[in-house]
Design a protein around this ligand. Structure first.
Ligand SMILES: C[S@@+](CC[C@H](N)C(=O)[O-])C[C@H]1O[C@@H](n2cnc3c(N)ncnc32)[C@H](O)[C@@H]1O
Length: 281
């Protein structure tokens, strides 16, 4: 049975609610602010667990030299196809984000849309961070977008697990977790039930169902893992893409960590709030 990551077009439709150009503008803004212009045109970016590579393709349009990595052959094929259709240069690598080898060092690395949830154990996360550190240039950044912890720990979630949107050529209805899906209190893994229904204008309905394991990483676990792995320091943590508001703002709905690769003599001190976990950006 094909899962949701074997069906890139349905996945894209499900995620079409995002403002990708706006998110990419935030990535470039933060790169300029924290990363010594790491994202200037001509510099290089590596997107991990990139799926159809929405963000990398937009970064490539803005002049960056973009490489994407994903485990799924279908997602890699789709990323190549979309880049070719747009006439964009994009290097696509099919690999596991816990263990890969790509020549050269990148100025910027990104992992979007909570894709670190696919690292299910501490060893997975450490392997990923250690491997990635070998691929990021000194002073370069790793920007990681995660779900906001309030989605798991607060009385009320900050994001919805069900939504519908109009997409090119039709309507998509999505359920991604939520409902009766319960987090395992020991492993912090939720077996999220996913259902995506794409109704094409003029007829034709396709539905994909899947069960996708999602590991919830707390802010303090991430901080500890980053210190344990070595190679990166947390320099900022934001709660959304638009306003640069901190992760502890009442209306924060994402947890976006900005990590900087060690190795620059002139590294500024990280914000004091990161001492006990990601804090204000
Ligand atoms: C939620 S999707 C996110 C895709 C993309 N980042 C985005 O913003 O649309 C997660 C992606 O992670 C990929 N993935 C899962 N485990 C992986 C691993 N160990 N290494 C690399 N990619 C992985 C899946 O194939 C899928 O494309």
């Amino acid at each position: 049975m094909p899962g949701i990551y074997d069906e890139p077009e349905l996945y894209e439709a499900a995620c079409a609610y995002r403002d990708v150009p706006g998110e990419v503008s935030a990535l470039l803004r933060w790169s300029g602010k924290h990363g010594h212009a790491a994202a200037a045109p001509g510099r290089s970016v590596l997107e991990l667990a990139a799926g159809p590579a929405e963000h990398s393709r937009e970064l490539a349009r803005r002049g960056l030299d973009a490489t994407t990595l994903d485990l799924s052959p279908a997602m890699c094929a789709r990323a190549r196809e979309l880049a070719a259709a747009d006439g964009i240069g994009l290097t696509v690598v099919q690999a596991d984000m816990r263990d890969f080898s790509i020549p050269g060092k990148f100025d910027l690395a990104i992992t979007m849309l909570n894709s670190l949830c696919h690292l299910l154990t501490l060893d997975d996360l450490l392997d990923h961070l250690t491997c990635l550190a070998r691929h990021v240039a000194p002073g370069g950044l790793y920007i990681v977008e995660l779900a906001h912890p309030a989605d798991f720990l607060a009385a009320e979630r900050r994001t919805s697990s069900e939504w519908s949107s109009e997409v090119d050529g039709g309507t998509v209805s999505v359920r991604w977790g939520g409902g009766s899906d319960e987090i395992d209190p020991i492993t912090q893994i939720t077996r999220e039930h996913v259902r995506v229904t794409y109704s094409k204008r003029g007829g034709g309905v396709r539905t994909v169902t899947d069960v996708v394991p999602n590991r919830f990483w707390t802010a303090t676990e991430l901080t500890a893992a980053i210190r344990l792995a070595g190679g990166f320091a947390i320099v900022a943590c934001y709660g959304d893409f638009e306003a640069d508001s901190p992760v502890d703002a009442p209306d924060a709905w994402r947890m976006i960590l900005v990590l900087r690769r060690d190795g620059l003599a002139a590294d500024p001190a990280p914000p004091s709030a990161v001492d006990d976990g990601p804090g204000a950006g």
